[in-house]
Design a protein around this ligand. Structure first.
Ligand code: CS2
Ligand code: MN
Length: 349
């Protein structure tokens, strides 16, 4: 298991020096952020991240994310050009020593929350999802302001895009995903880079848009779209776990023993209603997920991929990118590494 930490590049308020001071931290997870989806990343930008990480004794072996252009998800004729750019990014990243690419296949929106700074009774704040509040927003009204929503869309642009998705159901999305995988996986094999899809967050349809990386049945189907071990998962415990129907330790055991989990986002959440959840501190006692069982499932299946703490709360007066402050994520990382050490030592007796 290699512990990593997401870093948003030079504009991230958390400097690499601080990340390197977190005990038991192996590396960063990052990306080139100033290039539009569907474009090729320059070798210089990729190398600059790697060099910066190495100056702080951190590795850079995981990219999150290389975004998938909407035309690929929509299956438009223009997808081939965007796929070619994706293939070139895989080659360039592989040459720079990147081993895993995390990406998602969610139409239009990435993760959705109703509030980014929900005040907890202890004075910390966290991201929260209340379905009723999210559904009350109308993405076509132009007043939508949600995390994960790409602010570069104009009101008209977003409206047109949503219309284009009106013919895309989950079957069509699966078929467009297969087309994409069949084009990129051969390059991954050649350059030794694993693809690791991120589950949909939350794992159910929203605003009439299909979401397919949601549960065991669909994860099985996803993996069989292309049977190469290079076609794998980012198992995000908080995303899949926001549905109480997903048994996360069980899913981890199953897919990690198949060698199909390449990256783990280890986050805790608390179910607070049918389709509602709050993001909590990482330790098991604070949320609905048993983080010990999660780490144990990884250990027992010989997991040797990458883990990162996921969204943290804002604590100790920190201000920053919602979910991505330093303090709570650092506590999460050390807690997870502590669990790992305990599990490891309990096997050595
Ligand atoms: C991340 C996602 O912050 C998060 O929840 O896990 O934004 C993630 O980077 C993408 O969905 C993966 O492409
Ligand atoms: Mn995640």
């Amino acid at each position: 298991m290699k512990m990593t930490f997401r870093w948003y590049g030079k504009s991230d308020p958390v400097p690499l020096e601080y990340i390197s001071q977190i005990p038991m931290m192996d590396g960063i997870v990052s990306a080139v952020y100033d290039v539009a989806p569907g474009k090729v990343w320059s070798v210089e930008s990729i190398t600059a991240i790697k060099k910066a990480a190495e100056r702080h004794s951190l590795s850079f072996e995981v990219v999150e994310s290389v975004p998938v252009h909407e035309d690929i998800k929509l299956g438009k004729p223009s997808r081939d050009g965007y796929i070619e750019a994706y293939r070139e990014n895989i080659r360039r990243l592989g040459k720079a020593g990147v081993k895993v690419i995390c990406y998602n296949f969610m139409p239009v929106f990435d993760w959705l929350r109703s509030e980014l700074e929900y005040k907890n009774p202890d004075g910390s704040s966290s991201l929260i999802y209340r379905q009723e509040q999210v559904l009350a927003m109308n993405p076509k009204s132009g007043s939508l302001s949600l995390p994960g929503w790409d602010a570069s869309y104009t009101k008209e642009g977003l409206s047109t895009l949503l219309d284009e998705y009106s013919d895309i159901d989950s079957e069509a999305l699966f078929s467009n995903l297969k087309y994409f995988l069949d084009a990129v996986i051969p390059i991954c094999i050649e350059y030794d880079v694993k693809m690791a899809i991120h589950p949909d967050d939350p794992p159910w349809d929203i605003f009439g848009l299909p979401r397919i990386i949601t549960d065991e049945k669909n994860l099985d189907r996803f993996l069989s779209l292309n049977n190469s071990p290079f076609n794998g998962l980012t198992l995000c415990t908080g995303s899949l776990g926001s549905s109480p129907h997903n048994d996360i330790p069980k899913l981890l055991r199953k897919y990690s023993s198949m060698g199909r989990v390449h990256f783990v986002h280890a986050r805790n959440i608390k179910h607070i209603g049918e389709n509602d959840f709050n993001e909590t501190a990482h330790p098991s006692g604070y949320g609905s997920l048993d983080m010990y069982e999660i780490m144990k499932a990884l250990y027992d299946t010989g997991f040797d991929g990458y883990v990162r703490p996921d969204h943290g709360r804002m604590i100790w007066g920190e201000h920053g990118k919602p979910g991505y402050g330093l303090y709570d994520r650092a506590l999460g990382a050390v807690y997870l590494s502590g669990l790992w050490e305990a599990i490891q030592k309990s096997h050595k007796k």
